[in-house]
Design a protein around this ligand. Sequence first.
Ligand code: BES
Ligand code: ZN
Ligand code: ZN
Length: 477
Amino acid sequence: MYSKLVSANKPKKSDLLIFLVDKEADLSKIDLPENFITYIKKQLNENAKSVSVFYNAPISVLYIDDEDVSTQLRESVRKMGAAMIPKLNSQRIKSVFITDLSQVDRAAYFFAEGMTLANYQFEKYKKEKDKNALQEIRIGDKLITQSMLDRMQNVIDSVFEVRTLVNEPLNFLTATQLSKEIKRLGKASGFSVEVYEKKKIESLKMGGILAVNLGSIEPPTFSILEWKPKKAMNKQPIVLVGKGVVYDTGGLSLKPTANSMDFMKCDMAGAGAVIGAVNAVALNKLPLHVIGLVPATDNRPGGNAYVPGDVIKMYDGTTVEVLNTDAEGRMLLADSLAFAKSYKPELVINLATLTGASVRALGDCASALFGTASDEVKDSLKASGFSTHERLVEFPLWKEYGDMLRSDIADLKNLGGPMAGQITAAKFLQHFTDYPWMHIDIAGPAWLHRKRGYESKGGTGVGVRLLYHFLKKRSEV
Ligand code: BES
Ligand code: ZN
Ligand code: ZN
């Protein structure tokens, strides 16, 4: 169903041959008769971006316009790879062989990344499955080794696991099922998993998680993922926290259905990003101690549901006046962030589809970043955002925004008001932290209402490549 990345010396007979060229490329290196080369040159001179010919095998010559600089160029090469996928699958091509004749840095690597990321399908619930034909992406480039490709494959496999988790509906993916999926991945990829069930969550007095769960007939879960290699470079762990609202109806502050509630199975995408990142870190055996925390429940207006006006005592003792039951993500995350203190972490990063306000501010092209970590750490994460094209835009955590969360009767209220909702939500979370911390509001990019390049319609798996890239860099210094 998905394709495999393979490093190869020469093409197989059945391969479709792909040549990446730019304006400097020496086209005579393509093993074709002179008149074919002349034809290809002519087409490229007339501004064709791709030329296809057939000589013993199907051949595509793709032109990389290297006007763009670095990360932009990388992304356009990924997109070129992605653009080939529908065509290849409709022609039932099983394997391709890529030769890079361009001067562009590691073009074949990024091209193959785009191809692989685009070759995703979610067909579980279809009777008539239209299985992708493409099985192998073979790369003939001495600088790109099989172990580099294996590592990339592991990250992309993790992205696909997340896309599938996000695409799974609530009638399969309850909080309990999510914790089972985490266990399955832990077994397969070598990280350990502990799941706290409702009783344990009650005994820990995680009031935020329990309040959101009151309206549900399904119990909540709190999953702890851990990758602790013997030679970890960090003494104190890096903790990743993900919002695992497996469905957000809004609770009694019910969401309207169209374009609002109808895609809220995506509300565990933050949990997905954490699961995918730990999975990739474990598969690639990064020498870092990483812990993932995933609080999970659905948010529903059941008979016992929490109501606007309720005052909830959180895990750390803070009291919160609930003014909108649809601001549930922060209730779950607050308990988890307070719980993270017990690890004395060197850094905590949480990811959440937290606010519509961040979607209004940035659309689906970027996530909102907030943080009390050092500028160096925040800059490193932003740089990873550009490298992976999972871009971040930082918003401030100024005190005035926190003042908007003052309650008349409790320590905090869970609603900031009509303005800057993504910032007041972040200020709410900040209250529960006492360590270097970053929060990423992925509400926009977590779910696409249309296909875009190598990202499928539906769950995108955003956050996995970003976190992996950031952690990999951290493991190399
Ligand atoms: N899950 C939503 C946020 C969301 C919106 C995610 C769009 C993905 C796409 C969140 O729980 C929510 O409902 N937030 C409210 C908060 C408000 C009531 C303070 C919002 O943003 O409207
Ligand atoms: Zn909500
Ligand atoms: Zn939500």
